[in-house]
Design a protein around this ligand. Structure first.
Ligand code: TXA
Ligand code: MG
Length: 342
């Protein structure tokens, strides 16, 4: 299958592919998604096949407006309405109880809830409106690769397997949306993202942190399952805040293999790096670092010669929580100076 590249002006042609039950990757403000008609079971099944993703992992339903959510979900309680009013369109995915049988089990993983998201990307809102149906959209990467922040990343992973890619250039945030479960008695954040816990709590009051409970229980039980999702082939290590970069350089000098370093511009410029080190700039702060993390990991991952990738860590406040969540998945809990480098 030839994978066509659609520009935003060609959104009608992209929508025609969706209506035919084909797959079209679409841009969002976070990462590129792999789009299919959420009401067409055969199309949804193609998404799992193209990604190589386990089919019990539920998908996000991308909508152009709140009215579509009301068509599928149970009546919206006041806090849900407040979240939508405040953060939509934007990087907040909301899990809601469904009307019985409203969406296929292939979309929800057999749950009686679904995840809804209204992306802040005009070309994709147009695509959803033109197609006339909500779109399922997991990140448009091969399972196990970092989420794509450029159309080129999608092409690299999925060309020949999908009908097209709607290319609107680089995404804005670079980490996937915050996922909040509003189907339970107490709201809980399942995945941190650009909409921070603090911002959410300002609108609806305290939310649980299921993420931390889950990871504390699951790390000893199934670290492989939990941490392979974003993992490059190279050994990825976190350089924690406060680490002496002179020690990093001294360690690099002792290695025979090539080493990739992802760090902010000021750190890259401050030191003279050994011959075997290639640096990749994460910009100036945690916002630019979140934007560049997946692209940087991919750059080194495409080249087999990098045995190790060292990535600057940030404190876990604000957007730092989402950044460190993704980095920890890629690094599998390897910290520079920890067991991995001793
Ligand atoms: O930013 C994003 O959210 C991107 C863009 C493309 O929109 N999408 C994305 O989708 O990251 P995906 O499929 O890679 O991640 C969706 C997450 C998964 O962890 C999935 O398990 C969870 O949301 N999820 C979806 N429906 C759920 C449900 N009903 N209950 C609990 N978790 C759910
Ligand atoms: Mg994903």
């Amino acid at each position: 299958m030839e994978t066509k590249i659609f520009k935003p002006a060609e959104v009608a042609a992209a929508a025609a592919e969706i209506k035919r039950g084909n797959l079209v990757a679409f841009p969002t403000e976070t990462v590129y998604g792999l789009g299919a008609d959420a009401t067409n079971v055969a199309a949804v099944e193609k998404v799992y096949a193209a990604k190589g993703r386990p089919s019990d992992n539920p998908l996000i339903v991308h909508v152009a407006d709140e009215a579509t959510v009301k068509k599928y979900a149970q009546p919206l309680p006041a806090p849900v309405q407040k979240l939508m009013d405040t953060f939509w369109p934007g990087p907040l995915t909301i899990i809601l109880p469904l009307q019985e049988g409203a969406l296929a089990p292939q979309v929800t993983g057999g749950l009686n809830t679904a995840a809804f998201r209204n992306p802040d990307q005009p070309a994709t809102i147009e695509l959803i409106k033109e197609a006339g149906v909500p779109l399922v959209g997991p990140s448009a990467n091969t399972s196990g690769k970092p989420s794509p922040t450029l159309a080129e990343h999608v092409y690299h992973d999925l060309h020949g397997k999908i009908a097209g890619i709607l290319d609107a250039g680089p995404t804005n945030f670079g980490v996937e949306s915050t996922v909040i479960d509003m189907s339970t008695e107490r709201p809980a954040i399942l995945r941190p993202g650009a909409v921070t816990r603090a911002a959410i709590e300002q609108v609806i009051g305290p939310v649980d942190d299921q993420l931390h409970h889950v990871s504390q229980q699951e790390v000893p039980k199934a670290p492989g399952m939990k941490y392979t999702h974003y993992s490059p082939a190279a050994d990825v290590q976190i350089v924690d805040p406060g680490t002496d970069w002179e020690a990093v350089i001294a360690w690099c000098q002792k290695q025979a293999a090539q080493i990739g370093i992802l760090a902010t511009e000021n750190i890259i410029k401050r030191y003279k790096w050994p011959e075997n080190v290639v640096t990749y700039s994460l910009g100036t702060n945690v916002k630019t670092a979140s934007h560049g993390l997946f692209a940087g990991l991919r750059t080194f991952d495409l080249d087999d010669s990098f045995a190790t990738i060292l990535v600057q860590g940030f404190t876990t406040t604000g957007l730092g929580e989402a950044y460190m969540n993704r980095l920890t998945k890629a690094a599998g809990q390897h910290h520079f100076g920890g067991a991995a480098t001793d």
